[in-house]
Design a protein around this ligand. Sequence first.
Ligand code: DX5
Ligand code: ZN
Length: 217
Amino acid sequence: MALQINPSILSADFSRLADEAKAVEGADWLHVDVMDNHFVPNLTLGVPVVESLGRATETPLDCHLMIEDPDRWAPQYIEAGAGSVTFHVEAAAAPVRLAREIRAKGARASMALKPATPIEPYEDLLPELDMLLVMTVEPGFGGQAFLDIMLPKIRRTRQLIEKHGLELWLQVDGGVSADTIERCAEAGADVFVAGSAVYGAEDPAKAVRELRRLAEK
Ligand code: DX5
Ligand code: ZN
């Protein structure tokens, strides 16, 4: 599979979300960070905003749920138009049941791991997933420094994917920039979320192209 760049709307101007979404058309997915002030100490947006965003852009939506009780809320994000839904394993009551429900509703099922959550206990769950997200910062805020100490986990996850012969995408999120994306790609990531590196740039669409070029090197 070709490498994918997913700009994170978290670093965009929230008063101009439709324009900001259009500014990165050509990206593979638009990454939408949903935060509830409980699972993470920050609050962003919810179902109605996702619904509007979906109407404002042709780019499919990759919803990253940093919320408590994703088992209850994830289905609503699919109904709102998300093509991919990521829940945190630390918050899910029944990750297998939830992944199956997401797939049954027609979206890609994805599971996220915070930096201190190891991949090994979840090896047997991987066939239930379409994507695994290895967080490379503590979730909650854009603009944080990339955690190099996550590179071994990315490598080990890639090895597990290969060992089981899975078609699983491996996403990294947090501090991904022109300085760090090559390290992530080399470790085995193939889906790259970038917030400040895209929306902090003069020309967001050009920043997406540049990140893609570096990842493909
Ligand atoms: C952080 C979010 C990220 C965030 C990344 O909790 O999950 O998606 O937007 O922002 P940058 O790329 O600036 O680290
Ligand atoms: Zn995110």
